[in-house]
Each structure stands twice: as structure tokens, then as C-alpha cells.
Design a protein around this ligand. Sequence first.
Ligand code: TGC
Ligand code: FAD
Length: 388
Amino acid sequence: MARFDWEDSLSVKNALTPEELDIQETARAYCQERLLPRVLDAYRGEDYDSNILKEMGSLGLLGATIPTHGCAGVSSVASGLIAKEVERVDSGYRSGMSVQSSLAMGPISEHGTAEQKDRFLPQLRDGTMIGCFGLTEPNHGSDPGSMETIARDHPTKKGYFSLSGAKTWITNSPIADLLIVWAKLETTGKIRGFLIERGECPPGTLETPSLKHKNGLRASITGMIQLDNCPVPAENMLQVEGLKGPFSCLNSARYGIAFGTMGALEDCITRARTYSLDRNQFKKPLASYQLIQKKLADALTDAAYGTLAAIHVGRLKDDGEMAPEMISMIKRQNCDRALAGARANAASDEYHIGRHVANLFVVQTYEGQSDIHSLIIGRGITGLQAFH
Ligand code: TGC
Ligand code: FAD
């Protein structure tokens, strides 16, 4: 009979390959040694250091599942383990990485032309070019299909589109060199993706103001994308039509969140356990009281179940057996349970748990708020859509 190891309670390591364990170890060492010492200052000052993407790039952590263009070509589970180690430090750092990997490199890898891949993937892989993903608009968050951003034929520049509209709450937009913007083609009314190179935009056609004073995710940078007749060459359009373009990439990003939130929850468990063992009340350690032990047991169980479910869905994803509803199940469940379990020591940011709580409230909102995922799962169960 094995001895119970609370740090790997359901022996998750037995479900991982030696390569996946090595990747997790590399990511953990980087995150604990390089990210953790920076996070409090970054969070307090709402200050995202874009060198982080270069550091991650040098370790092969960006676009890690992409099998070409010098990317690591690892399993979805390995990419999830990277997200978990980054989010063990802070969801905002995972956010910056998810957007670069799944939402900037992902669309190009899945829907780009050979020329687009050759031009952009190597720089994005190294973190020397920063990408962002503009889907949400001021009037259309959960319902991106109603977007108003429009791509018209450019009135004077042959072979160019002219993009106008506004995107909001866009991670990395203020520092992005390459902005992936989803817009409706005026001629067809269909949604298409455009690769906008900041350096090629004439003055006044592209603005990306920051959104400050966030309550969570303060170690990530968030902004708008404002387009005023911005010229974009036709060769910068992605080769996919309709909402399935952005949503196919969101499957990977949501998968990373399902895995990543388990890192945040495990960090809360570790910190709460240490605190409750060290802190005495009524002449005994807090950890000796039944109510405290039940909370630790609930959170530990959620973290292990959530991680194992994410591993299972990752294997199905790589085998082509994943349904999007599975991603909704693990994104919703793991965000909700991480938030429920992240409870203790919240008063001072030096305890770290309050920061995780504030972050997880936001993580529960983006990439499909939990109630929206309930509706996606409900549609899968009943065959009836309840969105509109
Ligand atoms: P619906 O009719 O459901 O679908 C329209 C078309 O899209 C296809 N599709 C998918 N394809 C692949 N994977 C998926 N998960 C897909 N979901 C839908 C679908 O098959 C259909 O294709 P076709 O060929 O038939 O046209 O569309 P709807 O308008 O009814 O959608 C409703 C709903 C609620 C499911 C959807 O709009 C939704 O999920 N809303 C949530 C919005 C969201 O997630 N936004 C994310 C913005 S990006 C972000 O938050 C990044 S934060 C990053 C960070 O910092 O970490
Ligand atoms: P709304 O859609 O207005 O929803 C408000 C509430 O109503 C939610 O609780 C929702 O669940 C509920 N609701 C909506 N419709 C229904 C319905 N039919 N039935 C029942 N309840 C419903 N977007 C990007 O495109 N790219 C990014 O990089 C990005 N990064 C982000 C970073 C941060 C820090 C944040 C906060 C957001 C980011 N987003 C990004 C936007 C994010 O995806 C949206 O906030 C999210 O999709 C929800 O949209 P909304 O905020 O407009 O809420």
C-alpha cells in the first residue's frame, strides 16, 4: 500500500510521461525563481514586464504545442502543465502567455497561410514579437457573433482592406506588435481574422490605450484596440471564415485556463496549510480543528480531480476525440472550484491568497463566463440553445 502524499494526492505524476514531468520541472523552476520574486511589485504597480515573454520564449514555453517553426511540439498536457506552473505564481502571467501561445500563435498556426506562418511564428515563439487577440467589443462580450468591427475594401489602396471599430478588454494590446482582430467582411457579412502589424499602420488609424485600475489580473496588461480606417493588406487575412475561427483557438486557451487554475488553487492550499500549522488559536494549531481540515480536504480533492480531468481531456484533444463541451466542463468546473477553494489569509497581499482570489474572479469571466459555459453544456445535454 502506498503512503498518502498530500502534494500529489491522487498520484497525478503516474498519468504523465517522463517528457511531461521534465517540462513541468523546467517551468516550475523558472516560475518560482524568476516570476515569483517579481509578482508583488508588478501586481501593486499594474506593471507587466514584457521581457517575461522573451524569457519564456528562450525556454521554449511559447506556442509549445505547435509542431513546426522551431516550436517545441509537445502534448496538450505538457502545455497545460506549463500553464499550471505559471498560474501557481499568478493568473496574469499565465494570461500573457496564453494569449501569445494559444490566441496569437494558435490562429496563425491553425488558419494562416504558409507565408504568414514563416513571417510571424518564429518571432512570436521567441517573444521578440508580442501578439494579442481582439474579439470582445464594448457592446459584445459573451455574444461576439454580433460584433460591429467591419472590414471594407480600402477606398484608395488596391489589395487592402480598411478596418474600423473597437475592441476592448484585450490582454497585451497596449504592447502588441501584431494584433489579431476579428471583423465582419462588409461584402459577405462573415467574420474573418486579420493580422494587423502595428509598425505598418499610418498614424491615427490604430490606437491601443491601456485599461487601468483593474481589481484582478493586475500583473497582466489589458487595453483597447481602436481602428479608424486602418489599412490591412489582403495577404494578412486568415484562411478561416465564421465564428469557428476564433472559437477553434479559444478551445486551446480555455484548456490552458482549466489546467492553470489548478496551479493557483494548489498554491493557496500549500500556503493555507503552512499558515494553519504555524498559527495557534485556543492554544492549538488552526490545522488541528475539524472545520479547517474539511476546507483543506475539499480544496485538495478539487485540485486533484480538476488536474486529472484536464489531463484526460488533453489526451482526447491530441487524439482528435475532444468535443468543445468537454472544454466548457473543465474550464467552468476548475475556475469555479479554484475560486471556492481560494479562501484564507486574504487581508494582506503578502499572503498571496487574496491576489489569487481577485485573479480567479476575472478568470471566471473571460474566455466564456461560467454561466455561458453552463449554457454550452446545457445545449450539449438537451440539444436546445438557451442563449437567445
Ligand atoms: P454558435 O452557433 O454556438 O457557433 C457559431 C459557429 O462557431 C462554431 N463553434 C465552435 N467551433 C470550434 N470550437 C468551439 N468551441 C466552437 N463553438 C462554436 C460553431 O460550430 C459554429 O460554426 P458554423 O460553421 O456552424 O458557423 O455561436 P453563438 O453565437 O450562438 O455562440 C454562443 C456562445 C455563447 C457559445 C459563444 O459566443 C461563446 O462562447 N461566448 C463566450 C465569448 C468568449 O469566450 N469570448 C472570449 C474572448 S477572448 C478572451 O477572453 C481572452 S482572455 C485571454 C487571457 O487573458 O487569458
Ligand atoms: P457580458 O457578455 O456583458 O456578460 C455579463 C454577465 O451576463 C455575465 O455574467 C454573463 O455570464 C451574463 N450573460 C450574458 N449573456 C447571457 C445569457 N444569454 N444568459 C445568461 N447570462 C448571460 N477578450 C478578448 O477578445 N481578448 C482578450 O485578450 C481578452 N482579455 C481579457 C482580459 C481581462 C482582464 C478581462 C476582464 C476580459 C478579457 N476579455 C478579452 C474579454 C472577456 O472575454 C469578456 O469580458 C467576456 O467574454 C464576457 O463579456 P462581457 O464582459 O462583455 O460580459
